[in-house]
Design a protein around this ligand. Structure first.
Ligand code: FPP
Length: 257
């Protein structure tokens, strides 16, 4: 029996988030420049997107470039930006064929104009696709997203559109850039590092975390399926007891519970 066939299609996470890590180490191990690792990471992106689409997962968020990544050597930043453009360009046809809708979160205005332009184009071209939503986190950090939300709240408060008594976890989330998607139920991080690295901080309060030692360029569909299987073995209690869960029909509350 193939690993994919062991997955219970009735217990799929709606949203899987991925911290793609280990490109630099992968390249170094092969005696190459870091960018060689990023270039080879594109195959792992393709495999992961395909795997998520095959299963019928609704949202896949990939941490492609963090706010902190701007501090990397300029040649690496440039190479990553170039890789983004070329990948978006080369993959748009496959996205269309597979009914994948591309979206992005992060400080997109801070991206170089040509990257921003290519990204907008691909988002527009795929906007009516109804299958998997592939969300690229670009120039993104969880703290940046929270600050951005707070600024919007203050602005609305100044205009009398919101008062403190109306602010709760649900209304706060509505001010966040990623509020169009449910909270991730599973977060995968590759490369054996056990960190969140400023990714989706608000959203992962009850997310199941899955860490694998595989370096990102080596990550394949089977590895994604393994992570889903592992997720399906977890008991998600959301602060309740095991006994309480037995008496409930659904153990997976939506975002807002
Ligand atoms: C982390 O590895 C990876 C990144 C910061 C970039 C991820 C980019 C890609 C996989 C390529 C393009 C992606 C898309 C969506 C088109 P690292 O450099 O931190 O590796 P290290 O920890 O071994 O140094």
């Amino acid at each position: 029996m193939e690993i994919k066939d062991k997955i219970d299609r009735n217990k799929l996470p709606q949203h899987v988030a991925v911290i793609m890590d280990g490109n630099g180490r992968w390249a170094k191990k092969k005696g190459n420049q870091r960018i060689f690792g990023h270039q080879n990471g594109v195959k792992a992106v393709r495999e992961t997107v395909e795997a998520a689409a095959e299963l019928g997962i609704k949202f896949l968020t990939l941490y492609a470039f963090s706010t902190e990544n701007w501090k990397r050597p300029q040649n690496e930043v440039n190479a990553l930006m170039h890789l983004l453009i070329s990948t978006l360009n080369s993959e748009v046809k496959t996205l269309q064929e597979n009914n994948v809708r591309l979206l992005a979160i992060g400080d997109l205005e801070s991206l170089p104009a040509n990257v921003h332009h290519q990204l907008r184009n691909t988002i527009d071209l795929t906007s009516t696709n109804s299958g998997l939503s592939l969300v690229l986190a670009l120039s993104y950090s969880g703290r940046w997203e929270l600050v951005h939300a707070v600024k919007n709240i203050i602005q609305d408060a100044n205009e009398g559109k919101i008062t403190p008594d109306k602010l709760n976890e649900n209304t706060l989330y509505q001010y966040m850039q990623s509020s169009f998607m449910p909270y991730p139920e599973l977060l995968i991080r590759t490369s054996g590092e056990y960190r969140i690295s400023n990714f989706l901080l608000w959203q992962i309060a009850y997310t199941e975390l899955y860490f694998t030692p595989i370096l990102w360029p080596d990550f394949r569909k089977e590895n994604f399926f393994e992570a889903i299987l592992d997720f399906q073995k977890r008991e998600r209690r959301f602060g309740k007891t095991s006994d309480q869960l037995v008496n409930e029909t659904s153990t997976v509350p939506n975002n807002n519970s």
